[in-house]
Design a binder for this molecule. Structure first.
Ligand code: MG
Ligand code: MG
Length: 236
């Protein structure tokens, strides 16, 4: 899983470097495909329930699952890129949101808070702590900043499949859940909205946007629980 994580880390680095005003989200997908091919990996996104690309590209009020297209990113956009890879049967999964050129102070703060909520959650991923300590931490950080966390879409365990049980909500679901154990691996992925947490799925059957049209950001890492604490497998 460390190997798969490193491919995902490279996809994140290469796509981030490539994105600038005027590039299409389909061109960004091509950059990701090149990394997957060169590293001898396979895509876990391509053909997943028929998904047509190796990354998801979700601008502005789109939360997740955007399909790469001829949409040209523009100055002032925020863009979420979700990506994954399989090596030797094991999966990695990660996402980030970036500013395209100069963005509003609000957009910039949303990106910072969402990333901070992820890292604050990772910090509690110690063996013996509870699964839902993760979501409680995401929710604490996001709501302290005046934002909301999406309820309908959640993180997940990951291994020989991308989405394994149990789910990892980004909020306190009312009970602590199972104990975290050494060897568990989770994809933790806060989706944070400026406005309400409600979502709408578009007619393409994939793209999920905020119901109130407000901006949304998404960060994700694949994290292993080790004897020495949490290890982020998708960090370069
Ligand atoms: Mg993902
Ligand atoms: Mg995921």
């Amino acid at each position: 899983m460390r190997k798969a994580g490193q491919v995902v880390a490279e996809i994140m680095a290469k796509t981030r470097e490539f994105v600038k005003p005027g590039v299409t989200t389909l061109q960004i997908d091509k950059i990701a495909r090149e990394v997957i091919e060169r590293r001898g990996a396979r895509s876990n996104f391509l053909n997943y329930y028929g998904f047509p690309a190796v990354i998801c590209t979700s601008p502005n009020n789109m939360i997740v699952h955007g399909i790469p297209s001829d949409y040209k990113v523009k100055e002032g956009d925020i863009l979420s890129i979700d990506c994954g890879a399989i090596i030797e049967g094991y999966h990695g999964d990660a996402a980030y949101t970036m500013a395209v050129g100069e963005v509003s102070a609000l957009a910039s703060r949303l990106i910072d808070v969402t990333e901070k909520s992820l890292h604050s959650a990772i910090a509690v991923m110690e063996a013996g702590n509870r699964l839902h300590d993760i979501g409680r931490e995401v929710q604490r950080v996001a709501e302290a900043a005046g934002f909301s966390v999406v309820r309908k879409y959640v993180g997940h365990a990951i291994g020989t499949a991308m989405h394994e049980e149990p789910q990892v909500p980004n909020y306190w679901p009312g009970s602590p859940g199972p104990k975290l154990k050494v060897g568990n691996v989770f994809a933790v992925e806060p989706m944070v909205n400026v406005g309400d947490p409600d979502t709408i799925e578009l007619d393409d059957g994939w793209s999920v946007v905020t119901a109130d049209g407000s901006l949304s950001a998404h960060f994700e890492h694949t994290i292993a629980i080790t004897e020495n604490g949490p290890e982020i497998l998708t960090l370069p």
